[in-house]
Design a protein around this ligand. Structure first.
Ligand SMILES: CC(C)(COP(=O)(O)OP(=O)(O)OC[C@H]1O[C@@H](n2cnc3c(N)ncnc32)[C@H](O)[C@@H]1OP(=O)(O)O)[C@@H](O)C(=O)NCCC(=O)NCCS
Length: 133
């Protein structure tokens, strides 16, 4: 298994992984095309040219500090429980530190809290949302 940066040829497979892992709401290609943006790091886990995992880190530059936001975390159902999700997140944490972020945050569903806790995250503040569409 290899973990590498997302490239344009991966888009269809990644969309498919997000749709099957979350919902058809993710079926809105193209993916964020701005892969050269240094504040976006998107990693994929690959076996035999097939994408079996994805996770992204967005560097948010605040007024006085930077923080990393982890999003779009998914591992193909057939490959779950093999440490792939953990490896993807750990690599993003390293990247977040390298980029000078003072913290790394993410939103989790209740059932995934133990997964993130095993990596070192703790439940912190409450998230609020107002959907624009
Ligand atoms: C959440 C997800 C990314 C985890 O990926 P994964 O590759 O299966 O996780 P790993 O195998 O790396 O798990 C690492 C550890 O966390 C544990 N773990 C993983 N998911 C867990 C869960 N939901 N509840 C409890 N423990 C969990 C594993 O057993 C493993 O424990 P170990 O280190 O003691 O062996 C994967 O289940 C997934 O894609 N789910 C659907 C999409 C999703 O919910 N994404 C996250 C959005 S918040």
């Amino acid at each position: 298994m290899e973990i590498r940066n997302l490239n344009r040829n991966d888009f269809d497979q990644v969309i498919n992984l997000l749709v099957t892992s979350f919902s058809s709401r993710y079926n809105h290609p193209p993916i964020n095309e701005n892969l050269n943006n240094p504040n976006t790091i998107c990693l994929v886990a690959v076996i035999d040219n097939v994408i079996i995992g994805v996770a992204s880190l967005y560097i948010i530059e605040k007024l006085t500090r930077k923080m990393g936001l982890i999003e779009d975390v998914a591992v193909d159902l057939k490959y779950r429980g093999k440490g792939i999700g953990k490896k993807l997140i750990q690599k993003l944490i390293v990247e977040s530190k390298k980029q000078g972020c003072d913290k790394t945050v993410l939103n989790s569903t209740e059932n995934n809290v133990p997964f993130y806790e095993k990596i070192g995250f703790t439940v912190n503040e409450l998230q609020m949302v107002l959907r624009n569409n």
